[in-house]
Design a protein around this ligand. Sequence first.
Ligand SMILES: [Zn+2]
Length: 304
Amino acid sequence: MTQRRIGIDLGGTKTEVILLGGDSETLFRTRIPTVRDDYSATIESIAGLVEQAEAQAGLEALPVGVGIPGSVSRKTGLVKNANSTWLNGKPLQADLSKRLKREVKVTNDANCLAVSEATDGAAVGYEYTFAAILGTGCGAGLAHRAEAVVGPNGVAGEWGHNPLPWTSETELQSRQCYCGRFGCQETFLSGTGLCLSYRRLTGEALTGHEIAERAGAGERAAVAVVNDYLDGLARGLAAVINVLDPDVIVLGGGVSNMAVIYERVPALLPNYVFGGECDTPLVRAVHGDSSGVRGAAWLNPIKN
Ligand SMILES: [Zn+2]
């Protein structure tokens, strides 16, 4: 019996495929520009990548998992909340399963991060993993051991579009989100939000990496923005801990590379976690940018 499996990460700009071996080694990997605004062409492009990976393996009918920047409603089977809007309202899982003649698993890309890290990354051995992506946007997913938890509405772990907790009304109203609401965590805790904070304070547009560097060098404005960011992140994560109390929190996405997060946020968490006590491990994703596609492959766990 083969232990090989295929993962697809359907991103906004690129679609990536990986072929994993039973020891989680990468046997094949390639990416193509995402086919945008054309649903049936999206299906065909994914099928093409699967066939390419299977040709490499010399095998057929391998298990396939797909991570998407949106969620799948368990009730309707339809995609929703995808910023790749041409997927919304479509039965992607059913259509891919039909096209590829096997049961394809489709889930949110942040769930893939959680599954990837719980399978062979930073969250191995923990029971509940909460994994957040702090990138262009801000999403999160949940895994129980190494399986994605999605819930009846398909939104378990979705967190970016809750308002940032313990934040003044004025501050919340100052951040409009693309989703139509104000003060979503995404508008503060994403890389985009971090850059906006700096730009509002200084008038200067920098990348998150540049802001972190300037803060490290002691620039006053950058230090203030990073301090606010870390406190906001602690508040956002404390609200998760107060509801779920996960065994580990994993961070991915560009902002998660800021070392200062792991040095300082753990000490800020007890300020907001009920009872004033918190020793939840806060760790960086081991597989970095590869976690999405690896986690998609692991949506079909090895059954012994
Ligand atoms: Zn929002």
